[in-house]
Design a binder for this molecule. Structure first.
Ligand code: ZN
Length: 171
């Protein structure tokens, strides 16, 4: 397996930790969101930065022995799944789901891909019952910050198809 440039942009679906309008990569552990654990490991005092709102960003790798992201035997690159569950899981109050368009060099796997370039297209309009603090406004605030739209699931998938190939299995 290698990172191959794709001819046509790919569309995928992913979740972020969303805080004050910023969309952060990270992991969800025991009901909590942990932004960018790889960066935290090598540089614990560096504050995680959200996905950019104004320009497309090239993916970086935070592994100690660096390489161009995405790299097949790593987990770097902008990651997304090919499909979006009917009711995507919401493992923490900060969790929001959305669609991304990705291009450049891409590492593909069975359930999704990791890409050199990506940007958010739209966020999923779905109530997160655990989000007491922001009472469902979290995704709406982020869509304003990123200049993207907030859509229900079917609309989100249809919208994403305008931007690239959706490899989601038909339901
Ligand atoms: Zn890497």
């Amino acid at each position: 397996m290698s990172a191959e440039p794709v001819a046509q942009p790919l569309v995928g679906f992913r979740r972020w930790g969303c805080k004050r309008g910023g969309l952060y990569s990270g992991i969800f552990v025991a009901g909590r969101f942990v932004p960018n654990p790889a960066l935290g490991m090598v540089a614990p005092r560096v504050r995680p930065t959200p996905w950019p709102t104004d320009h497309d960003r090239v993916a970086k790798c935070f592994a100690l022995r660096g390489h161009d992201a995405p790299f097949p035997d790593c987990n770097c690159g902008w990651a997304a799944y090919y499909s979006l569950a009917t009711e995507p899981d919401l493992p923490a109050p900060e969790c929001v789901w959305g669609a991304v368009v990705a291009w450049g060099r891409i590492v593909e796997c069975e359930t999704g891909f990791r890409a050199q370039f990506a940007r958010p297209l739209a966020l999923l309009d779905r109530e997160n019952p655990d989000d007491i603090r922001e009472q469902g406004r979290r995704a709406a605030v982020a869509t304003e910050a990123y200049g993207i739209v907030l859509l229900e699931r079917d609309e989100l998938i249809a919208y994403a198809r305008w931007y690239g190939e959706v490899r989601m299995a038909a339901e």
